[in-house]
Design a protein around this ligand. Structure first.
Ligand code: NAP
Length: 284
């Protein structure tokens, strides 16, 4: 039932037609009789400020932010959480007393899924992150912030890996290094967890794989943040090698659940969010 007490949430971005977030949130709220409504808010860049001003005067308690506004939104915020500041982008906004406060839950979303599904303790592990784009940035900065033992960033464009690695070391724990993505062999023996953040293997080019899977062994945990397909070539091959594997659905669900916690200071209905997403993906 939507009424005057309904708390509004939304996803700000453009385009939004392929986003799973509105359905994931709304279905889970409905199942739990929670009086929240999550709206897709597709906005042209020139209108962001006006939209945010309007939202402040409505029943909105928060927003998610997606492509292409994760950096742009920062210009309009009253406060930015220290981790989001280090990452340099915002995917979650809390609205309180007409103030906009920015957070980034992308890296935390991945970390929560590793902790919950594979009992990973970040401080005890050495991470190899494939890719140095936006997702890699959130993940590397979050892992360093939470005390990762060691992080190596491997990328095709080595300069991007270098500058991200230097930034992680400057702003957070000095635990980060970088390599060319073709030189993984040199670091794989000192790696516990491999996280693919490149788009290699994503639909429709599902035959692509970001690394030589012959280098993997059963002691590696391989996490691919891609969720379409649900099992990428990297994960299929890693599983054959006896590795524990995780796909990107956990990150997707947990970044949303962490955002909900920030907006409401309550736990999110994570199990239902997961179920909705699984059903949606099966239908695709
Ligand atoms: P991005 O900023 O564009 O970064 C893309 C990365 O992939 C870069 O490191 C790029 O390397 C690398 N790459 C692209 N094509 C390559 C190729 N042919 N060979 C080698 N490396 C290549 O993208 P992003 O926003 O970080 O997103 C990356 C992936 O994560 C996407 O598949 C996205 O769907 C997924 N994702 C999932 C979640 C989730 O919730 N599960 C959240 C965010 C993103 P260069 O620097 O050399 O170009």
């Amino acid at each position: 039932m939507i009424n005057t007490k309904t708390k509004l949430l939304g996803l700000l971005g453009n385009p939004l037609e392929h986003s799973f977030s509105p359905v994931m949130h709304n279905e889970a709220y409905k199942k739990n009789n929670m009086n929240y409504l999550y709206l897709p808010i597709e906005v042209e860049e020139g209108n962001i400020e006006e939209v945010l001003n309007g939202i402040k005067h409505m029943n909105f308690i928060g927003l998610n932010v997606t492509i292409p506004y994760k950096i742009k939104i920062m210009e309009y915020l009253d406060e930015i959480d220290p981790l989001a500041e280090k990452i340099g982008s915002v995917n979650t906004v809390k609205i309180k007393n007409k103030k906009l406060i920015g957070y980034n839950t992308d890296g935390i979303g991945l970390l929560k899924s590793l902790e919950k599904d594979s009992k990973v303790k970040v401080r005890e592990n050495r991470f190899l992150i494939l890719g140095a784009g936006g997702a890699s940035r959130s993940i590397a900065m979050t892992l360093a912030d939470k005390g990762a033992k060691n992080i190596v960033i491997a990328n095709r464009t080595i300069n991007k890996a270098k500058s991200l690695s230097e930034e992680v070391n400057d702003k957070s724990k000095k635990c980060c290094n970088y390599i060319d993505i073709n030189d993984i062999e040199n670091v794989i023996k000192e790696t516990d967890i491999i996280i693919n953040t490149t788009s290699l293997g994503m639909y429709p080019k599902i035959e692509n794989c970001p690394m030589d899977t012959g280098l993997l062994n059963k002691n590696h945990l391989v996490s691919d943040i891609i969720y379409n397909p649900i099992k990428t070539k990297l994960l299929i091959e890693a599983e054959k090698k006896g590795c524990k594997i995780q796909n990107g659905l956990g990150m997707l669900v947990n970044q949303g659940a962490e955002a909900f916690k920030i907006w409401t200071e309550e736990e999110a209905p994570v199990k239902d969010m997961e179920e909705v997403i699984n059903n949606l993906i099966l239908k695709e």
